[in-house]
Design a protein around this ligand. Structure first.
Ligand code: THU
Length: 160
């Protein structure tokens, strides 16, 4: 028997002012996209913005439903849009932001488990890591080099 350890490195920025101009702009696009969320049930508005390899910026926002499980997270809305508009186009960076029901947005949020799995599939189908920028309108920002880090011991097509 052995005990294995899993860890990964990520960057922590104290505020948006520390970001590069390009990363700052993408995070702002994610915050703007959150304004288009349809979230009457949770009042938690999430926005995602992606910078594709071809230079395009596309966005997504969470879209809820009276039948709660039918609702879709911002990240998966974005990925479906990316795959439809620009098939097989890798995503260099995706920013994710939000505003909660009190109008607050002061710490990074991380993609939910289902979105991590979905993001992982996107990385593997286009064979390029997706760099993530996680942050609110204020507070710390996390930058993670690849979604794979967020899903250790993952299940993927390689397991078939
Ligand atoms: N949500 C997202 O869109 N992305 C995340 O990363 C976390 C959660 C949405 C799902 C639901 O509409 C609302 O936020 C509250 O969970």
């Amino acid at each position: 028997m052995s005990v294995e350890k899993y860890s990964f490195d990520f960057e922590v920025y104290q505020s948006q002012q520390e970001l590069s101009a390009q990363d700052f702009a993408l995070l702002q696009a994610a915050q703007k996209a959150a304004e288009n969320a349809y979230a009457p049930y949770s009042n938690f508005h999430v926005g995602a913005a992606a910078h594709l390899n071809n230079g395009e910026i596309i966005t997504g926002s969470n879209q809820e439903n009276a039948s709660y499980p039918v609702g879709t997270c911002a990240e998966r809305v974005l990925l479906g849009t990316a795959a439809t508009l620009f098939p097989n186009m890798p995503i260099q960076t995706m920013a994710i932001s939000y505003t909660n029901e009190k109008g607050l947005s002061n710490h990074p949020i991380s993609p939910c488990g289902m979105c991590r799995q979905y993001l992982l599939e996107y990385e593997s189908r286009v064979n390029q890591p997706i760099r993530l920028i996680l942050g609110g309108k204020e507070g710390k920002i996390y930058i993670i080099k690849t979604v794979t880090s967020l899903l250790p011991l993952n299940f993927s097509a390689e397991d078939f």
